[in-house]
Design a protein. Structure first.
Length: 352
């Protein structure tokens, strides 16, 4: 990666660290759960720890993303090959964008202008202009799977399983600005706020790789011990090379929470101590992980038990296991919009 490009990326991430919104314990958060064998997204109120609604989108939901203000939900349908745009207040579909193949995990820019969608069977990634509701650029990439936005309106990350790398998209140039090798077939990925470090789950690894972004190299392979050594038992909704399907970086960046398909649990890895410091049981088939922005709660989708495990981060315990739709996979958390809060208060569904 050229040094001037690295500098520009770091400037963007440094600005983001200072400008990201602050959250307090009084904020209300909603968890959106994509039910991959259904046609809907379950909405969980993280104050009451209950399902408060369902948004019908399209069959076989794969990708789930939401704007920071919580007003627009984006999902992808593997059957219809579409990106669906929904209003979270009315639960109505606002528009759909036809895609050239089977879409996977999408991501949206903070301003809601662009959504990028990996096309798994088309070896491409689609850049969708939300206002125009159309694809404005299709970039080549080998077997893409997950996309990620870290709060930037300029840069997006997308995993290339076929090339064993994470590619960085510059939305101003509508082209790639970097190709970062990650030491294996990448699954989920998270990036530190300063843009220097990447944590990547890869196939056949019960753990994750740590990648130095400026140096474009793996600096550490973290292999976690397990109670049930791999390979994992056969699962209907997961490939046998997947030992870890979900991981998330805590908002204070002190810990990585990593799902285990070997042990049906989530492991907590302390980045300073460089060791596993906790283990929490989940439902069957832990898949995706998400923290509330204030760092109080961590949520895990469980594909084989059709539920969500919700944990208190501080207390290291499960607060609730919430039943949702069929085979929940991708999850995302957003702040509850003011209109949604007032509507639910009027109906008596928001706890006082």
């Amino acid at each position: 990666m050229p040094s001037n490009l690295v500098t520009r990326i770091f400037i963007v991430f440094a600005w983001l660290t200072l400008s990201l919104p602050c959250f307090s314990a009084s904020d209300n958060f909603l968890l959106y759960v994509g039910n991959s064998m259904g046609d809907d997204v379950s909405v969980v109120d993280l104050a009451s720890l209950k399902v408060i609604g369902d948004i019908t989108v399209g069959p076989h939901v794969h990708g789930v993303a939401v704007t920071p203000d919580g007003r627009r939900l984006f999902t992808t349908s593997e059957v219809d090959h579409t990106l669906i745009i929904s209003d979270t207040e009315t639960h109505k579909i606002m528009g759909t964008v036809k895609l050239p193949g089977k879409p996977n995990q999408c991501a949206v820019t903070p301003d809601g202008r662009y959504v990028i969608v990996p096309i798994r069977d088309g070896d491409s990634v689609a850049i969708v202009d939300v206002n125009q509701q159309k694809i404005v650029k299709l970039l080549p990439i080998k077997e893409p799977h997950n996309s990620l936005n870290m709060g930037s309106n300029k840069y997006m990350f997308v995993t290339s399983m076929g090339s064993h790398e994470i590619d960085v998209i510059d939305l101003e140039k509508m082209d790639y600005s970097a190709h970062i090798p990650v030491g294996g077939r990448p699954r989920p990925v998270v990036v530190s706020k300063d843009g220097r470090t990447m944590y990547v789950a890869v196939s056949f690894l019960h753990g994750f790789n740590i990648v130095d972004i400026p140096e474009q190299k793996v600096t550490q392979r973290v292999e976690m011990s397990s109670e049930h050594p791999g390979p994992p038992r056969p699962r209907q909704f997961e490939s046998p090379d997947t030992y870890t399907h979900g991981l998330a970086l805590s908002p204070d960046e002190s810990e990585i929470w990593v799902t285990s398909l070997l042990d049906d649990c989530i492991y907590i890895y302390d980045l300073k101590a460089k060791k596993v410091v906790g283990r929490l049981n989940t439902g069957d088939g832990p898949n995706w992980v998400a923290f509330t922005p204030d760092g109080r709660l961590a949520c895990v989708s469980n594909t084989d038990s059709d539920d969500i495990s919700i944990f208190s981060v501080k207390e290291r315990r499960e607060l609730a296991r919430v039943k949702v739709g069929k085979v929940p996979k991708r999850i995302v958390i957003s702040t509850m919009s003011v209109v949604s809060t007032s509507q639910q208060a009027a109906s008596g569904s928001v706890p006082k």
